[in-house]
Design a protein around this ligand. Sequence first.
Ligand SMILES: [Zn+2]
Length: 250
Amino acid sequence: MSKVAWDYIVPIKMPDDLKGVEPGKLSESLLRPIPGGGKLHWLAANAWNAMVAKAKADGLELKPTSSGDLYRSYESQLASFKQRYVLEKIEGTSTKSFEGKTWYLKKGMAMLATPGKSNHNLGIAVDVHSASEPKRLNWLIANVKDFGFSWEVVPSEPWHLRYVCGNNPPPAVVAFTGGQPAPVTTAVEEPKNPNKELQQALKDKGYYNGPIDGNVGPATDAAVKAFKVAHGLNHDSVVGPKVKELLNLK
Ligand SMILES: [Zn+2]
């Protein structure tokens, strides 16, 4: 275990597949359900599940404060924000600027990030239930780093952890998931393009000199026609079964 200072805060390395993604609008393919409810970005989910398992092995229950305290959609963050902040001026309270207006925190309410500004909107933050209980807090201090988490605001938000390791989860997480994570999206193999195959076959036989780009235009048509004339077929550029056979096309 690598015990960290209580004010352990490190910058977030963002997973590659979150770059350019609008906070609060993650596609389902990026999210994974968490046992007990709620979702996290898949890399954060792996790290969280690994950390929960370690806590369990150590005899400690680790769970989110609620299913809404993992990934939050833009709409849910907006709804929570409007429950806590109002436009009517309240003296001596903290404020947030949102949609060009000043919003006032209702008395007795906990602060909340403006919609789209929270790491919960990226699925990489999770709030830990009863995080400030000494036993749990000491366990977190001893373990968060091993699982790629760090705090964001201390000491006022001991519950709020964010996954900071991007595409490179720490060894304890890799061991838990049984290997380096596979990317969500794999490159789609380019489907065979019959037009390109036609152009290549004509080129191989010396009838076509243009680019192999799949764009059938006058040059390809002329090549087909020349090929057909040379083989005693119709004087046109229709690619029928006989032409395919002669060119070894499927
Ligand atoms: Zn939080």
